[in-house]
Write a protein that binds this ligand. Structure first.
Ligand code: UDP
Length: 238
């Protein structure tokens, strides 16, 4: 827990795919619902959020179709900033105080990423949303979630998934024999090549001894539950 406030501190990763509800762009109903679930927990837990951008662009996909990978990745990162602003808007409508920090400087729309300031915001009860990933091509927002969690000294990384409710032995959408896992070590997840979260994110968490919980955004209320420390989904640990 945070030394000054005694509260639990978590880093929540939200996939961009969820924001678009399977389509390009932002679905206000979905983002509004996610925001209300986050706002529900805000007075009991310190919350920082990393948002993905898969509802806009994925650099790897654009580069497969002929774009330069670095430039395509920057487009991906800019997409995450749009998601961060959408989430900020709905969080404030739900009564939560927020700040957006971007890893790519764009001072009119977001603060720069300053980890110590982010911690201060959380101590004051503000939700901090990190946009633009790490500001680095070839990274994913899962990896950024692990890195930010470590840097702001979060107790846990919470990875909210769209369309899957936990870690499985294989992709349950493809393999009908896939079994649900309640708890697994990072080593085993890596060894089995489980792709539900990036391997880079798994290894960063493993090397630095932070727990990760992978859970589904559905049913309604799950995001609040995870923020408050309920044992839903799968616990991944050292
Ligand atoms: N991205 C990047 N560096 C980062 C974070 C993101 O280059 O530090 C780019 C990358 O192209 C990625 C895209 O932004 O595909 C969107 O992020 P991600 O695919 O992780 O979003 P999600 O799958 O969570 O929606």
């Amino acid at each position: 827990n945070n030394e000054k406030t005694g509260r639990r501190r978590v880093l929540l990763k939200l996939s961009g795919e969820a924001f678009g509800a399977g389509q390009l762009g932002v679905n206000p109903d979905v983002v509004g619902q996610i925001a209300r679930e986050i706002a529900e927990a805000v007075d009991r837990v310190e919350i920082a959020i990393v948002v993905g951008g898969g509802n806009f662009f994925r650099g790897a996909e654009l580069s497969q179709r002929g774009m330069d990978r670095g430039r395509a990745d920057y487009m991906g990162m800019l997409g995450t900033v749009m998601n961060a602003l959408a989430l900020q808007d709905f969080l404030e409508q739900a009564g939560a105080a927020t700040r957006v920090q971007s890893a790519i400087s764009m001072t009119q729309v977001a603060e720069p990423y300053i980890p110590r300031r982010a911690e201060r915001h959380m101590e004051k009860g503000r939700v901090v949303i990190f946009g633009a990933g790490a500001g680095l091509p070839y990274f994913s927002t899962d990896t950024v979630a692990a890195q930010r969690a470590l840097e702001i000294k979060a107790d846990e990384v919470l990875v909210a998934k769209n369309g899957v409710d936990a870690v499985y032995t294989a992709d349950p959408k493809i393999d009908p024999t896939a079994e649900r896992i309640d708890a697994i070590t990072y080593g085993e997840a890596l060894q089995r090549g489980l792709k539900v979260v990036d391997s880079t994110a798994f290894s960063l968490c493993m090397d630095n001894g932070i727990d990760m919980r992978v859970f589904g955004m559905e049913p309604r209320g799950n995001v609040t539950r995870a923020l408050l420390g309920d044992s839903i989904g799968t616990l991944v640990s050292v």
